[in-house]
Design a protein around this ligand. Structure first.
Ligand code: PNS
Length: 161
């Protein structure tokens, strides 16, 4: 039987409960989910790519079917190299749609057999974003509900420096 490989790309700066939810949902239809952490030249991230990968690995340690990798360059190429047929993206609100739609169509232009699948997170998580988590944490707010305890600890350490 063919193994269905999905790629879940993103910045994960940092991983939120929303991302975790999408990864777990993907396992319902993918045999393997490769979480692809973008090195992302245009953004200046709070966490280095190694730190973001380490956090994902710590949170998903022992979860079968989930692999964490970093990537730079084109997502479509990364997907091809890893034999992935699906790209997973989370859609929270209509405001996400335009950018996501453009990206899905561009990725299809670049790799015609790559399908983008949009998943909605749990309703309680639809307001969540990494940027809001960074902002709240940097201003001393409690983000314990929005991120894994390991991510919360990493945020505390990073922001106390
Ligand atoms: O979590 P983000 O920041 O919304 O993730 C965006 C990401 C990393 C998925 C997107 O920027 C991306 O795919 N970058 C890789 C470069 C690429 O392939 N660009 C063309 C996309 S159509």
């Amino acid at each position: 039987m063919m193994t269905r490989i999905a790629i879940y790309p993103g910045s994960f700066d940092p991983l939120t409960r929303g991302h975790e939810d999408i990864i777990r949902r993907s396992l319902a239809f993918a045999d393997r989910v490769i979480v692809a952490v973008a090195v992302n030249s245009s953004k200046s991230p709070l966490f280095t790519v190694e730190e973001r990968v380490d956090l994902l690995e710590a949170v998903f340690a022992g979860v079968e079917g989930v692999e964490i990798k970093s990537f730079s360059g084109l997502l479509a190429e990364f997907a091809q190299v890893h034999g992935a047929s699906l790209v997973i993206r989370g859609l929270r609100a209509v405001s996400d749609f335009e950018y996501e739609f453009q990206m899905a169509l561009m990725n299809r232009k670049l790799h015609s057999e790559l399908e983008t699948v949009f998943l909605t997170p749990d309703l309680n998580l639809t307001f969540l974003s990494s940027s809001l988590v960074r902002e709240v944490a940097s201003l001393g707010g409690d983000v314990g509900e929005f991120v894994h305890p390991k991510v919360e600890k990493a945020l505390r350490e990073k922001l106390s420096r």
